[in-house]
Ligand binder design. Sequence first.
Ligand code: ADP
Ligand code: MG
Length: 349
Amino acid sequence: MRLPYKQSLLVSAITLFVAVACSKPAAEYRQSLFIFGTVVDLKLRGVSDQQAKEAVQVVERAFQRMHRDWHAWKPGELSALNRSFASDKPHPVTPFLLPLITQSQLLFEQSEGLFNPAIGKLIALWGFHSDELPSGPPPSPEAIAALVDLAPGMDDLEVSNGQVRSHNPAVALDFGGFAKGYALDIAIDLLHKQGVESAIVNAGGDLCVSGDHGGRPWRVGVRHPQGVGILAAVDALDGECLLTSGNYERYRKHDGVRYPHIIDPRDGLPVRHIASATVIDREGGRADAAATALTVAGPGDWYHVARRMRLKYVMLVDEAGTVYMNPAMARRVDFQDGAPERIIISDPL
Ligand code: ADP
Ligand code: MG
């Protein structure tokens, strides 16, 4: 059938419009993944839906591998390595796991041992190697002392030619305070490799951003220490990550006492004085490790640790709700329900 001239022009115009509309980048592509026991929200901008979908699939596959191979207690590469430490023999490690170990060694040293992923046995002793929250009385002081006295640390590990051995059989690696941040770095990297410039990857309030949000910075929230809603809003700039360590979500409770999941490697006890620590950094892994180290350091020592780790933006909230910040962080946070009653601003870092 031949259409009259005017009608065929109209059809061509519509076809052209539909074709342009389909190839035009969608304003924002959103997808949620359930991984690491949490929901990871991704928002991608400036690419077509199809490109975004494929890019997210690549990220999802990487996340699944991390979940398996970096898991501290379920069968996978890390748990096999941990078993090998009993023997003081070198054990081969894939290039997928190795950087977690070498970077953690550096962060362990910079944090003066407060970030210490070698204390997996202590974390297990406290019952946190389980998907469920532990219950019942805390472990005995003798059992805790037995592990603390052996002083497992990242400096017990010898890394050479892709092999790792531990000179201390008390070492067991647990990257619960690092892997999420490091995974966010990899996710952003994978998105870049697929041509995605503007994106946010948000794992329950721990996030990294790339590019911007339609000409404006990505507006993100700082997790509330009590675990409900957000404490403050911040503009996250291209390449920044914001990570929070919190003591409220995972803990055991016995006789009215809470025993949170962040452990002070010096005495083997859960940290109680700090409710949350937030760090903004250009590396998610470093920010995650630093937030854990600052939680352990507490109100008295955080400033010293932040300087040693060369951090730029730090905020802590203690059990009484007092907020501690460096001036550069104070200039960036926008508290949501009015400013907290007590804010202590340190000297510049
Ligand atoms: P969140 O889970 O709130 O993000 P973290 O990033 O601090 O908090 O991670 C806490 C996890 O880190 C714990 O569940 C445990 O696996 C591990 N961990 C506990 N204490 C330490 C420590 N001192 N150094 C390194 N990792 C730790
Ligand atoms: Mg951490």
